[in-house]
Design a binder for this molecule. Structure first.
Ligand SMILES: Cc1ncc(COP(=O)(O)OP(=O)(O)O)c(N)n1
Ligand SMILES: Cc1ncsc1CCOP(=O)(O)O
Ligand SMILES: [Mg+2]
Length: 224
């Protein structure tokens, strides 16, 4: 599980589980999203109808697809599942296994992402050995139960301007191609999305448009 997380790998982070795909095949959805240009993937099987063995079966297919296209494959919440699936990393939130324990369990190579809302949480994640931060919910979302009130791009700005240089960030929650600009301008390396891709008539075109938007804003920021 090599840890070569460059900032551009965070540009378009697709988060998905079978519960997000309605009547479409998650393997097809991921294939289309990859064709559209996602740069990272998180397997987030949450409140789904799958048994654990079905989760492992699906996870292996999604992992192989990511490996074929050199897309980092991250598992949400579960270190055991990440180990079984030989994932490239794990994403944990403030109510999950603490990042410091995850780092101890996995060793130095795997990618560890931590959800944060404040500079204090961001600082703790950095001390714990995290590699990137997921900040949100940026906007209101239907994809996560109890996501809390949206914190908006200003939460990214606050972390971006903290005293110690922060870890690279993605914004998450209610992001689509029209509000992604504010998230990246606030200091995020990229955007993480579920429904903007899974609910789109064409996940491929949705991913393409999100990627183009993220790259364009970064190019404009660099040119200033
Ligand atoms: C990239 C990214 N950022 C934030 C989250 C949210 O994690 P968490 O707060 O633990 O909530 P769940 O996703 O576990 O419901 C994330 N998954 N990914
Ligand atoms: C997992 C997660 N964490 C904070 S908001 C969220 C859900 C993001 O889904 P969507 O992009 O559909 O709003
Ligand atoms: Mg979690």
């Amino acid at each position: 599980m090599p840890n070569h997380l460059s900032s551009s790998t965070l540009r378009l982070y697709f988060v998905m589980g079978s519960q997000d795909c309605k009547n479409r095949d998650p393997v097809w959805v991921l294939k289309e999203a990859i064709a559209g240009g996602i740069t990272m993937f998180q397997f987030r099987e949450k409140n789904s109808a799958l048994t654990l063995s079905q989760t492992v079966f699906l996870g292996k297919k999604l992992r192989d697809l990511c490996a074929k296209h050199h897309i980092p494959f991250i598992v949400n919440d579960r270190v055991d599942l990440a180990m079984v699936l030989k994932a490239d990393g794990v994403h944990v939130g403030q109510e999950d296994l603490p990042a410091v324990q995850v780092r101890r369990l996995l060793g130095s190579d795997p990618i560890i992402g931590v959800s944060c809302k404040t500079p204090e949480e961001a600082d703790k994640a950095m001390q714990a050995g995290a590699d990137y931060l997921g900040v949100g919910a940026m906007y209101s979302t239907r994809s996560k139960q109890n996501a809390g009130s949206p914190v908006g791009p200003s939460a990214i700005q606050r972390i971006y301007h903290m005293e110690n240089k922060p870890l690279p960030m993605v914004g998450i929650g209610g992001i689509h191609h029209q509000n992604a600009e504010a998230v990246i301008r606030a200091g995020a390396e990229g955007i993480a999305v579920i429904s903007a891709i899974t609910n789109a008539p064409s996940p491929r075109h949705a991913a393409m448009r999100l990627r183009e938007t993220a790259e364009r804003i970064h190019a404009e920021k660099k040119a200033i």
